[in-house]
Design a binder for this molecule. Structure first.
Ligand code: ADP
Length: 575
């Protein structure tokens, strides 16, 4: 079942933001303090200018006042520079932490979840969204913080100079408040939709690239193009919507921001005439309100970035698995017994393909699962290995649901080996450390020797990179995967066509490697070739999603049922 990854709600985003601040309280406090001081220093000059005017009107000397004004401007310059530097450092540290946390979360996703999420969505969150949050933290958040502080101080300063002028200026600011409220109410949903559309587009592109050959072979170009057009249209509509929101917000705020100085001038003129204020006070207030325009514009410019940053942050924070939301990890399994009870499983598009399966796999046992193609063998294998979670019923290892185990716990207990193996970019050592990060070189070399990977010259050999490293054939990739199984040292291995893709000669070698890996472990083999079944301790026969027979090879042959029929047709058709 393919699922969209969740998006964190507002409450969760707020908590996550607070958590980030709490991680770096000194950095955050220093940023806030320095920015506050810089904003306060910016208030000195306009106030002094008012005083200078009043002093000149009264015929006084202004040398000292002028010198202080210059000093104030210098102080503000120095403080702002420092504030910016400290703020940027705080942002960079926080950004690094978010990236690290995202990586940890992706790696901690249970296999059952990873199997069913859209790679495009995950990729978009790991790249575009992290980038957007990074830019927001680096540029938008400090700019908005500074501007908000400046605006606050400026309004407070106007009130201190003259409360009446302050009140009238503030009245005009109500327009900004109304426009911002209108915008903020709609922005979150709009930017989340923009992010979701972006993910779908990435998903679509990735699917087309991955399935290009199939698309060409089946002549599906037109259909895929139509689907792409629909996805692009969704993205276009989403972007137009956010553009519209900005289109309303910007002019409203710009006009509202122009009003206070105008109103103050008008009212100031009247009050000046009646002698209620001095000329200096009016000039100071007008200057303050003029200054207010700059932080308001800065906030506006960054508002979009802040909104899309918030939406991206919600998408990154949404990447919390139920397991990571509740930090209680699954308890460690008590023993090595694997028990499936009343297991049903369906894929998104199918009815149950595994139906009411009860099965106990005893430690040390070699179990073969056989049956016609499509009987549900591979699906049962994935359920037993904890890759999928049963729709109904339970699969437990040592009494703990196997799909609840963390990846680290799971690989100590059950490992699924299929023909689909991956090579990771890095050295041979990196590739092996995935299975056991604590293993020393001696262990790694022993594991390589056990699977017969004598072609590895050095653990430092680079793998998987086309430009610099060695490209490995599928048999060698498989050998590395098997060496990883030895290092993970699970008590149970589920094998599903592990050597099917290899040519017969390499397959024989791979089977020898495999034999070394299986030594002393419980083995559940999905047997596509029946000779594996003959050597097994017990054979489970599946048909139409059900287990229809269980017994040893000899018992089942004697019973003359489904297995006997499979065996004779396979035996008969052998060259
Ligand atoms: P077997 O291993 O016995 O050949 P599978 O477990 O692979 O059988 O498949 C059982 C049924 O589930 C089949 O009908 C198959 O078409 C279907 N199936 C397998 N994988 C998927 C999937 N990823 N999505 C939808 N249906 C699937």
């Amino acid at each position: 079942m393919i699922r969209d990854l969740p998006v964190a709600d507002r409450k969760h985003v707020r908590q996550a933001a607070l958590r980030l601040i709490r991680r770096d309280v000194p950095g955050f406090t220093a940023t806030l303090l320095l920015n506050g001081l810089a904003a306060a220093a910016a208030l000195i000059s306009p106030w002094l200018l008012g005083r200078i005017i009043d002093t000149i009107s009264a015929g006084g000397i202004i040398d000292l006042l002028a010198a202080i004004a210059v000093g104030g401007a210098l102080l503000q310059l120095i403080l702002s520079r420092y504030a910016e530097k400290i703020g940027t450092r705080f942002s960079e540290r926080t950004q690094e932490h978010i990236r690290q946390e995202l990586l940890d979360r992706v790696l901690a996703l249970p296999a059952a979840t990873v199997e069913h999420i859209r790679t495009g969505d995950l990729t978009a969150r790991g790249t575009t969204d992290v980038g957007v949050v990074g830019r927001t933290l680096r540029d938008a958040a400090p700019a908005v913080l500074i501007s908000a502080l400046q605006a606050l101080f400026l309004v407070a300063a106007v009130f201190l100079v003259d409360p009446l002028l302050g009140a009238c200026g503030l009245l005009a600011l109500a327009g900004i408040a109304a426009a911002s409220r209108w915008y903020l109410r709609r922005a979150r949903a709009a930017y989340l939709e923009e992010g979701a559309a972006r993910s779908e587009l990435a998903e679509h592109l990735a699917a087309n690239a991955a399935g290009a050959r199939t698309i060409e072979a089946l002549g599906l170009q037109d259909r895929r193009t139509r689907a792409a057009e629909r996805v692009i249209e969704r993205s276009r509509v989403a972007q137009l919507r956010t553009l519209f929101l900005r289109g309303v917000l910007w002019p409203s705020v710009e006009v509202s921001a122009l009003l206070p100085p105008v109103l103050v001038l008008l009212l100031g003129g009247v009050l000046l005439d009646s002698g209620q204020v001095t000329l200096g006070a009016v000039v100071s207030c007008v200057l303050y309100f003029r200054q207010l325009q700059q932080p308001i514009e800065t906030i506006l410019i960054w508002m979009e970035q802040l909104q899309s940053g918030g939406a991206s942050f919600a998408r990154i924070e949404g990447l919390q698995t139920p397991a990571t939301q509740t930090p209680v990890a699954a308890p460690d399994p008590r023993d090595d017994l694997i028990v499936a009870t009343g297991v049903h499983f369906a894929y998104e598009s199918t009815d149950d393909v595994v139906t009411g399966v009860d099965l106990t796999v005893r430690p040390g046992e070699r179990l073969a699962i056989v049956g016609p193609s499509g009987a549900g063998k591979s699906t049962l294998g994935k359920l037993l290995a904890g890759i999928d979670r049963p729709r109904l019923g339970t699969v437990t290892v040592g009494s703990v649901p196997v799909a609840d185990l963390s990846p680290a716990q799971l690989r100590e207990h059950v490992v699924l080996v299929t023909q689909e193996q991956h090579l990771f970019l890095g050295t041979v050592r990196d590739n092996l450390h995935l299975a056991d990060p604590t293993a020393d070189d001696n262990h790694l070399e022993k594991a390589l020797a056990a699977v017969g990977a004598d072609w590895v010259a050095s653990l430092d050999d680079e793998l998987g990179s086309r430009s610099s490293g060695t490209e490995l054939g599928p048999d060698r990739v498989q050998q590395l995967a098997l060496a990883r199984v030895i290092l993970a040292d699970p008590h149970t291995v589920v094998l599903d066509e592990a050597t099917a893709m290899l040519d017969p000669r390499t397959a024989r070698r791979a089977e020898r490697s495999l034999a070394a890996v299986l030594e002393g472990r419980t083995v559940i083999a999905i047997a596509h070739r029946l000779h594996t079944a003959r050597d097994a301790d017990r054979v489970v026969v599946m048909e139409g999603g059900r287990v229809v027979e269980v017994g040893t090879h000899d018992q089942l042959i004697a019973a003359g049922g489904v297995y006997e029929a499979l065996w004779s047709s396979w035996h008969g058709s052998r060259p």
